[in-house]
Design a protein. Structure first.
Length: 88
């Protein structure tokens, strides 16, 4: 699976990493819902660390992303808007 971190790049992740991403996703969404900023930032860092363990694709590799993640420095307020409408 190809995962893009906006403003950073793309990574090819394996099934184990994908399972870890899915496990964190629910916690991350709960942190956004609860407006739990410390948990949100901790979980975002965990998520990014997992993705970065994957194989980084070069800038010339034109591959469609299966999953797009927001930039690592996104605020919780930006996350609320992003997750409500990722194309906004």
């Amino acid at each position: 699976m190809i995962v893009r971190i906006l403003s950073e790049g793309q990574y090819r992740v394996d099934a184990k990493q994908l399972d870890q991403i899915k496990a964190i996703d629910g916690e991350l969404m709960q942190a956004v819902t609860d407006h739990d900023e410390p948990a949100f930032h901790r979980l975002m860092e965990e998520l990014m660390a997992i993705v970065r363990q994957g194989d980084a694709l070069g800038p010339d590799d034109l591959v469609e992303s299966d999953l797009i993640l927001p930039p690592h420095d996104m605020t919780i307020e930006e996350a609320k808007k992003f997750f409500a409408d990722p194309l906004a």
